[in-house]
Ligand binder design. Sequence first.
Ligand code: NAP
Length: 267
Amino acid sequence: MIRVMVTGAYGRMGREASKAIWNAEDMELVGAADKMGAGLDVGALIGAGNIGVVIEKDIREAVNKTRPDLAVDFTGPQAVYQNTMTHLDCGVRPVVGTTGLDPEQIEEIIRRSEDLRLGGLIAPNFAIGALLMIKFAAEAARYLPHVEIIELHHDQKQDAPSGTAIKTAEAVIEQRGDEFRQGLATEIEKLPGARGGEFAGGIRIHSVRLPGLVAHQEVIFGGLGQILTIRHDSIARESFMPGVLLGIRKAMRLERVVYGLDKLLFE
Ligand code: NAP
């Protein structure tokens, strides 16, 4: 049995992850941490009654009391770096779903995990369909010279662009090996931001935030007289859960933190 704690257990993703772990045959939900809901039994949040897993305000407190092998983090962009370092320092394998880590922070986390020989995973997107979208986009990038990314999320999302959009941009740039072509160099942006955020390699990313959305993305390629659109929609948070469980199982066999579930799925 893999002993798992959930950090951010009171949040939307934390509840969904707690439920999936609770129902997994090879896992035991042993602990929970969150700034909200301290003292609450997680069972009450996942419709399982009293299960004896109580939310602690402090991560170290939760670790000391419950001795998990691994911690799944679904908190927020301001908290995730410190949380992940705390999990590592406590000897707990981090599986990070929270987005908003910058490249330097990801490097730092990987370096620390290598020093400690502790496996883990940072996965900006756990939905298998989204990983396929990125894979197919990377393939298309070799043949079509223009690309723009539109990501659409619910209006409570704190960071923009999404971690998935960044991961997609990185993947298509790597495959293209060159700058993508853009619109006119002389174009006039009359409303600042109208052309989206300019990522490296000539890629524009546009972020839409609306209630009713969950997590969606279009990668639109342009070529001479043609358009290729690759689109993925997560219509419910449960879409992420097979990936979360897979990430937990794989992370138990790693000796360093890996960035991207695709690395464990396709390679
Ligand atoms: P949410 O509902 O706001 O839940 C986050 C929870 O974490 C909140 O209860 C929050 O408390 C708590 N928290 C914040 N800082 C904390 C800390 N230092 N220690 C412990 N708990 C802390 O957010 P969500 O919708 O679940 O999303 C969480 C993250 O998952 C976001 O970064 C989102 O982008 C990401 N996400 C990833 C995937 C994926 O596949 N990888 C999929 C969907 C979402 P407060 O409200 O008091 O801050």
